[in-house]
Write a protein that binds this ligand. Sequence first.
Ligand SMILES: Cc1cc2nc3c(=O)[nH]c(=O)nc-3n(C[C@H](O)[C@H](O)[C@H](O)COP(=O)(O)O)c2cc1C
Length: 433
Amino acid sequence: MVDAVPKSCLYSNIRLHGHPRVSTSMQFRGVALKPCYATTMEHACAGLVAEVTSTAFGDLSTLSREHEAESAINEVDNSSPFKKLKTESVAMSMDRIANAWKHWRKLGEPKLIVAPMVDQSELPFRMLCRKYGATAAYTPMLHARLFAECAKYRAGEFTTCPEDRPLFVQFCANDPEKLLAAAQLVEPYCDYVDINLGCPQRIAKRGNYGAFLMDDLPLVQSLVKKLAANLSVPVSCKIRIFPKLEDTLSYARMLEEAGCSLLAVHGRTRDQKDGKVIRADWSAIKAVKQALNIPVLANGNIRCLKDVHECLRETGADGVISAESLLENPALFAGYHLADATPDDGNPEDANETELDQPKLLLEYLDLFEKYPVPQRMVRAHVHRMLGNWFRKHPDVREELNKESKLSKDFLESLVRSLQDRNDRIPLVLHKS
Ligand SMILES: Cc1cc2nc3c(=O)[nH]c(=O)nc-3n(C[C@H](O)[C@H](O)[C@H](O)COP(=O)(O)O)c2cc1C
């Protein structure tokens, strides 16, 4: 390690936010350069070289091992599919990294986060999850161009309230100007503006956004840079992994260097669409966490609170986000889970049946829906998700729901009561330990 350090560098091992980091700092022709911090000495040196270059004091000859540092810079460019991608510099702005952590700490370092879900992570659902332990939440993905241009779309798709914080507002986009115009409309109401880089659906392919931007990394870079340079709130990104780990790491580093202040990693590739069948790769998330300096969130395989603890331990991530399992059980982050849906490898006697169940959660959701109205399609989807287990036992109640074209609160409450009267409830359980 010491060999790789230019003679004129002062170096030290420090701990940055609890994680070991390497730092280098130096004077060049009597001028103090910004210190560089990185996970490896090579990257820290690379940062210094870029810093020297950018100061116009410019001759690299005083750096005894500059070719090694330069090759660290080139590392980003040489690995497929990043050949074409010219990152302007690998120099980390320490101010930005420090600010990313300062912001994260100011929000209380939220660890239990409601995932972005189209039509499903809307305000009343977010508020229900927050009541049961969620410490932050994403909005559903919003279409940046429509959001910027159409007041009706904005009013129908984005609502919030002062208690709805910390909040990530997520957009899909492929045009930096339009993304910025949309982001500027929400920045007073949120804690991060998030870019969706993970949607694998056909609609995203047609629209050229989400995970399909993994084929156009310079465009992704320009989206992040545009927001980072112009917004008062930090930019976050949510990605899927590449089949090759090196590509995922290069991608993640590029996002960090472009100005991303928090990265959520869904540990599945673009082609791994069925989250119920294919397990997310936590080892890839761990590698991203180790490679980056900004907060990293893990996504995938979170079905109960035990999974949360395991995921945080295995990946070292700063928080987790959960989607499908929260839709069935919005009380997941408070430790409740379905006895059958999440078989426990511990002692079954350890599980306590509770008074809480999905119909009760749905009634709470309906109260929130009354307070914070949202389009009917969102409510209908929640009823199906939250009562799915109960409908399997009582398909006649599901049919009753399907016949009703307009859902009133009264109708839904009477539907829930009719299920509760059947006397074979499916309780949520809590673990004693
Ligand atoms: C109904 C639904 C809608 C989703 N919509 C979005 C979205 O708008 N933006 C996004 O980044 N991911 C979206 N996702 C993906 C989730 O955020 C999450 O990455 C994925 O479901 C994996 O997490 P899980 O294993 O906890 O379900 C959606 C998932 C579901 C189930």
